[in-house]
Design a protein around this ligand. Sequence first.
Ligand code: BTN
Length: 261
Amino acid sequence: MNSKHIRLTSNLSIVQRDVIHFPSIDSTNTYLLGNHTHPHGTVVLADYQSAGRGRRGKQWISPTESAILFSIYLRENIREIPIYAFTFLAAVGVFEGIARFVLPDLVSLKWPNDVMINHRKVCGILVQSKTSSEEMSVIVIGIGVNVSQPDSFFKNDLANACSILSATGIRLERIELLNSIADALDANLELLNRSGADAILSKWKRYCPYLGKKIAVTDDFYRYEGIFRDISPSGALILRTETGDRTFHAAEVSIEKEKLS
Ligand code: BTN
């Protein structure tokens, strides 16, 4: 695993400008969760991952140089900032980073941490953590943004996914997009430090068109239909069903189908 370096051009205060760049690696999340410590804000980028990790134990597969696959390493006091806040923060940052290139009306967020273009998933986020001392935890925010895969790549299991190119016809340069997303993430990390998780959550809600709409939520056993009422203070989805409100936690549910009626 030989690494090189890339220097981001954005003006950043928390996210590090010197990016560790691997042409190929197992997983950028796995790398940062390993035994070494890194400076707060370290970014690792890969052109290809042989064992990319997705949510709920799934794989994350992407052809070489067709996506931005990166992770950010943070050391945080999770008594002060709950871990779920970093998931919402990452989604908000990616939304804002992409919306500088793509009509903002096309971009949206879907609970808990997907970024969508035209209601198809363009980016997945996997936040993982490990405790490093009584107070401090290592938080690794892993982000995969599909940039240039052709439409033909998104079939079978991936039928509800897209790349920026396949959804909009816009061909973006990966490092230019990384600069934009890093810039937005940096601004939101500052906002989180300054104003707390509520400020991030209220932005997230603004970017989510499914709030107040009829949706279906599937957990490990059942599928529920109802109105997407709100996000709870701990980041859970609150669904109003015919039999009352139900609360779903990130690890247990996925939104299967949206009805924008
Ligand atoms: C999801 O299942 O939606 C989350 C996918 C997260 C993928 C990214 S790609 C960069 C980072 N490294 C990984 O192994 N996973 C995340």
